[in-house]
Design a protein. Structure first.
Length: 509
């Protein structure tokens, strides 16, 4: 790689190993002043590890980091921040029960002689939030706002820090289209001010919309550095997957041949199901071997409907029937008993248990079924874990590796493995491909197809309409937390869904 003569950041020969895994193998990386640089690669390619070495989360085993002409070796994210490197992670790392203002100024509160200047914190936070186009009360707890708002607060905090380099790790994963454009306006403003932005995302449209250059990693090694505008998308995907463009084109444009096939009998049906103030009453039906897509914009009610079906939320109207019999899904325990599985949207908060091993995470939902006299033997646990690690292609040093040390895509596979171990009849997947790479997305989509072909009923929720279109036999369209349409057959396409969401016509039920 030919590094720039005068980069703001130069990382050379960065190497980092973990037990049984070479995460980075002599990687070179450089960024220009005032550029937006995308870091691309599949999950497990080494992107997160490179960022963690740069920001002091991990010490590098070999290599050198030079920032603005000076060698650095930060020993913590706080030290990196003091050096002018600010990071926004995909998973929101703020304190939910503090106010928005307190989170923005956490660790750097302006002070007066007698203590913290709370008035200044509130005023400066309100001004900053207004710049982001958000109309929120900065004195309310962060947890009282949706994930998308929390993500924007994290971005606002990073932008407010006097940074020379801002790292954005999947910053748009919880944002809708308008919020993404608002973020891009801020990134362009930062670029004009000479700030460099390292942008990590799995949304290819966003890479081409905002980045000047991009670096591709694969299996912990540097693939290459490219001018974004000069690199065709199919070649980018090929570099990321290590495949030739024609093979990638076949993967990306794969269409389901099974959409028109007859589905089995009704497994689950909901009549007038709703929660006052959260989801308007609606009817839903799910059949054996069917993938039912839920489509809608952020805040349309997709996750809330999933919560009602899994007992996370308590319905205030309607009923649910399984095999024609009315059931009360008052808790997740009741749903699991009825063989309903749920992979949640926020895998960090609601899915993965990072300190437990891969094995322990996988067998979590089947402890009762596997137990003999109340005890689950290690042999049984290993059998289940090993089988599913192999089936899903989970990249891990072994079943005893802490799940929190896996890449995002592999954590998602562990959660899927947990529910496959439980052998559900109904599997609810809320954003199963959020924040994971092209290859892992394709693997999960193929798994969904296989599960439905074997008779499992799947509820598939995704912000990416092309995924919903590609995988669903039927699509329920939501807007403003109510069902407005149900699409089948040839009506299932992106344009119809978008037109339906945008339509000002009467709402269906």
């Amino acid at each position: 790689m030919s590094l720039d003569d005068d980069p703001i950041l130069r990382m050379t020969s960065i190497t980092k190993t973990f037990p049984g895994v070479v995460a980075l193998d002599g990687v070179d990386f450089a960024m220009r002043r005032g550029e937006v640089h995308a870091l691309m690669g599949e999950n497990g390619a080494g992107k997160s590890t490179l960022i963690k070495v740069l920001t002091g989360v991990y010490p590098g085993d070999e290599g050198q980091i030079v920032l603005d002409g000076e060698p650095i070796a930060p020993r913590s994210p706080l030290e990196a921040q003091r050096l002018g490197i600010s990071t926004i992670y995909q998973e929101i790392n703020l304190i939910p029960y503090l106010s928005v203002a307190e989170n923005i100024f956490l660790g750097r509160q302006p002070r007066r002689l007698w203590g913290v200047d709370w008035g200044a914190i509130r005023r400066r936070s309100a001004d900053l939030i207004e710049r982001f186009g958000l109309a929120i009360d900065v004195e309310r707890p962060l947890a009282s706002y949706p994930v998308a708002i929390q993500q924007m607060v994290a971005i606002a905090r990073a932008v407010d820090i006097s940074a020379r380099l801002i790292i954005m790790d999947e910053p748009t994963s919880s944002l809708d289209e308008h919020e993404v454009e608002r973020l891009f306006e801020i990134i362009r403003r930062l670029k004009d001010d000479g700030v460099s932005v390292l942008f990590i995302t799995h949304f290819l449209d966003q890479v081409y919309a905002i980045s000047d250059r991009l670096t591709v990693l694969r299996n912990g090694r540097l693939v290459g550095v490219f001018e974004t505008a000069a690199l065709p998308r199919i070649e980018l995907i090929g570099h990321m997957l290590g495949k030739d463009p024609e093979a990638v084109r076949a993967l990306e444009h794969e269409k389901d041949a099974h959409r028109g096939g007859a589905r089995g009998r009704v497994v689950l049906e909901a009549h007038g199901l709703g929660q006052e103030g959260v989801v308007e009453p609606m009817d839903l039906e799910l059949r054996e071997g069917e993938v039912l897509g839920l489509a809608g914009l952020l805040g349309s009610g997709r996750t809330e409907v999933a919560g009602l079906l899994f007992g996370v939320r308590r319905a205030t109207s309607g009923e649910v029937r399984i095999d024609g019999k009315r059931v009360a899904l008052r808790s997740p325990r009741a749903a699991v008993k009825r063989r309903i599985g749920f992979c949640p949207e926020d895998r960090k908060a609601d899915g993965i248990l990072p300190s437990l091993s891969v094995r322990e995470n996988i067998v979590l939902a089947v402890q009762g079924r596997l137990a003999t006299l109340g005890i689950v033997s290690r042999r049984k646990q290993n059998e289940v874990a090993d089988r599913l690690i192999e089936l899903l292609g989970i990249v891990t040093a072994g079943p005893e590796q802490p799940a929190g040390t896996l890449s995002g895509g592999n954590q998602q596979k562990v959660i899927l493995a947990r529910w496959l171990a439980a052998e559900p009849r109904v599997l609810i997947l809320d954003e199963p491909t959020r924040g994971i790479d092209v290859g892992a997305k394709a693997e999960i989509e193929r798994l969904v197809e296989e599960l439905s072909s074997e008779g499992m009923a799947v509820v598939f929720i995704s912000s990416e309409l092309e995924e919903v279109v590609r995988r669903s036999h039927r699509v329920v369209v939501l807007r403003d937390r109510q069902k407005i349409a149900e699409l089948t057959g040839d009506d299932i396409d992106e344009q119809t869904i978008m037109h339906t969401i945008a339509s000002a016509g009467a709402h269906g039920s």
